[in-house]
Design a protein around this ligand. Sequence first.
Ligand code: NAP
Length: 362
Amino acid sequence: MTGNICKIIRNKNNIKDKLKVLVLNKIMISGSRMSSRAMRAVYVRKFGAVDQMKVEENVAVPKLEDKQVLVKLYASGVNPVDTYIRSGQYGKLPTIPYVPGKDGAGLVDAVGSGATRFKVGDRVFCSQTVRYGTLAEFTAMDEDHVFPLADSLDFAQGAAIGIPYFTAYKALLLKGRAKKGDRVLVHGASGSVGLAAVQLAKAYGMTVVGTAGTAEGLELVSSQGADAVYNHRDSSYMDKLKKNPETKFDVILEMLSNVNLGHDLELMKPKGRTIIIGCRGPVTINPRDMMGPETEVIGCALFSSTPEEWNLIGERVAEGISSGWVKPVINKIYDLHKAGEAHHDVIHSTGAKGKLVVRVQE
Ligand code: NAP
């Protein structure tokens, strides 16, 4: 009997000790959370539909490397590529779990020891080509992917600059070799890249024709300076465009090549260039259309940019912010817990009218 009582007391003491350890562990964990800063972020733990995007609390703020800048994000730009990645339908996929989002804007929160261009409190926009992580309250980015954001632009507009404007610049000027006086067709001008391209081409003295699929989209493209607009959902628009051989194009920026490339080949002037920016499938073309006029079809991918191209584009876009031609148009702003809705809308659009942006801070 006495032996049994002793066993019970010993067990009780063991349990007490185990509880003590558990409590201590909990204090240490919550202590480390408080000291190592936590944030809210959208996580994808499995590639798939938009319901795989969940807001998680108490996520560790990313650790800053030497040449990086920690940005406290206020807005995150949604790009079609974010949805290809989330659904697992993309060549280069992140290791899961991951935080989606490549573009963002906010304030510099900390600067790595080897980063020299920014100080805490600077207004910035940032853009990643091969990494992710802007659907979060903080992101750490290499310094050469962070750029000053003028007071004239708000954070939503800042989050709309990276991929759209950098792609427009690369496509029109580096790949398309467009110059002042050229005639440019922006085939899909009402979306993020298209509107950036219209603004850019007008700022560089080109004549711009843009297409959109709705009356509102057409009005928006005109308001951004396009000299003429056509509705790409109107079955006769291509005939109208092709009718006048005097109005062919030096450069065509193509957002939906799988639908339009065959027509683009007939719309180019001799030596003209069509730049493939967007493509969602295969297409049949007649290469003979390219022989006589010696035209070119050129692929363009922002993520394939060399560091030199990236830095040049960054400088030119920064100049565009100062001179005022960079004026992102925001279509809709979503709360962080509605980021999945933004992913849905960017890919199932009933008519683009600029950029979809997620508000990151509450
Ligand atoms: P977005 O904002 O969703 O805009 C899509 C555009 O495509 C809208 O202007 C839309 O017009 C237009 N469109 C729809 N049907 C069309 C048709 N039949 N012919 C011509 N245009 C049509 O997307 P975004 O951010 O501008 O991106 C555009 C495309 O480029 C996407 O496919 C994206 O994945 C790709 N992209 C590629 C790169 C790269 O590095 N290569 C970089 C960024 C984006 P309506 O809605 O008015 O019909």
